[in-house]
Ligand binder design. Structure first.
Ligand SMILES: Nc1ncnc2c1ncn2[C@@H]1O[C@H](COP(=O)(O)OP(=O)(O)OP(=O)(O)O)[C@@H](O)[C@H]1O
Length: 367
């Protein structure tokens, strides 16, 4: 254990993937800095392709950065990857459980792979089955469990060896709202009750807002904003005012009209509409509507809202947060077009993302 109050420190991480047909490759990280205090849920938030998974792969020793440094609990990921692997648990985007084995068998096998004896492995599995409300389904094949239950098992698998830092990559993608809320409660409990440091990547704004004590917004391979969700939103003085425009209206004309109105500031064209800020949004609306009527460019609708993380993203990147992709569609799984190597294919020598032994090895280990 280190005297460093931070569980994770990464400085100036850079990573470019070599991709056939793309000159110079695809730059995934471009000077990313991140610091995570111990015992909190920390969110890495960003749209698809922002660089979140690459950051996690570096921090979990599955790939090497081209430049920069990263330490987990004071241990350098490049110099001491074996030591780092004992300190961390990883729940990847795709489940690491074996669908043809039961929940209990998966846990026992994982414990055995971490070097526990048969008795300890069985005891740890029983403990985790109870802890994650999985005791009732312990004897069922994973393939027969609901998505939310499988995800809870994935988290339990990541905790078998009692890591200090748990990495959760998009833990609720594909879950229905009820299962998502249950997973949020579970994650909060891990940091709150168990004192674990949880590093969570997500492209859901709401998830980051509700769950993360602190977060970093990642875009184009860099952190563009960081702090608690309230701090980030609090930096945006006043209300967000958003105008939807009828088809045919030129947003730049509307922007010009708004820029001349004293209560309105930070006017931006975004997503076919126009967004701005005002100290008192509701009070500013009549003046906005009247000015647009006079200019012959009426709005289709005006909404006033307290600042959201979407507004924070807009402020730091100059564009709206992209709409959430459907995790069930093939293009929404984060696989980039033109990707030449599967995730983890460039892993550091000796690193296995998920061990996949055959059925006999599984049964033997689970015995
Ligand atoms: N193995 C790879 N080969 C080539 N390019 C890759 C590879 N992995 C990631 N990339 C590219 O690097 C960039 C960052 O990807 P990364 O997966 O880190 O982003 P992300 O924020 O995790 O996205 P998502 O939310 O979709 O998982 C993207 O442009 C992606 O296309």
């Amino acid at each position: 254990m280190t005297t460093d109050p931070c569980a994770v420190r990464a400085h100036d991480l850079g990573k470019t993937y070599a991709v056939r047909g793309v000159k110079g490759g695809v730059r995934a990280l471009d000077g990313l800095d991140v610091t995570v205090g111990r015992g909190i849920v920390f969110g890495l938030l960003g749209p698809n392709g922002a660089g979140k998974s690459t950051t996690v792969k570096i921090l979990t020793t599955l790939t090497r950065p081209d430049r920069g440094t990263a330490v987990i609990e004071g241990v350098d990921v490049r110099r001491r990857p074996d030591q780092v692997r004992r300190l961390i648990g990883v729940v990847a985007q795709r489940s690491g459980s074996d669908p043809r084995a039961t929940a209990r068998e998966n846990l026992v096998l994982q414990a055995r792979l971490h070097g526990m004896g048969r008795h300890s492995a069985r005891a740890r599995a029983t403990e985790l089955l109870a802890r994650f409300d999985l005791a009732e389904v312990a004897g069922r094949l994973v393939s027969t469990l609901s998505g939310g239950t499988q995800r809870r098992l994935d988290v339990a698998l990541g905790l078998v060896h009692r890591p200090a830092v748990l990495f959760l990559d998009e833990p609720t993608t594909g879950l229905d709202p009820e299962a998502r809320a249950a997973m949020w409660a579970e994650i909060r409990r891990l940091a709150g009750d168990d004192g674990l440091t949880v590093v969570l990547t997500t492209h859901y704004l709401e998830e980051a807002d509700r769950l993360a004590e602190r977060l970093a917004i990642v875009d184009h391979g860099r952190v563009v904003a960081g702090g608690t969700p309230d701090e980030l939103k609090g930096e945006l003085r006043g209300d967000a005012v958003h105008l939807e425009l009828p088809s045919g209206t030129v947003p730049a004309q509307v922007r010009a009209v708004l820029e001349d109105l004293p209560p309105i500031r930070e006017v931006r064209v975004s997503g076919g509409g126009v967004s701005a800020r005002a100290d008192n949004g509701a009070a500013a609306v009549p003046a906005v509507l009247a000015a647009l009527e006079r200019a012959g460019t009426p709005a289709a609708s005006v909404t006033v809202a307290r600042p959201s993380l979407d507004d924070v993203f807009l402020r730091y990147t100059g564009r709206r947060y992209p709409p959430e992709s459907d995790p069930d569609t093939p293009s929404g799984d984060g696989t980039p077009p033109g990707r030449e190597t599967p995730p983890g294919a460039d892993a550091a020598p000796g690193v296995q993302a998920v061990p996949q032994p055959g059925p006999s090895a599984r049964k033997e280990a689970a015995r």
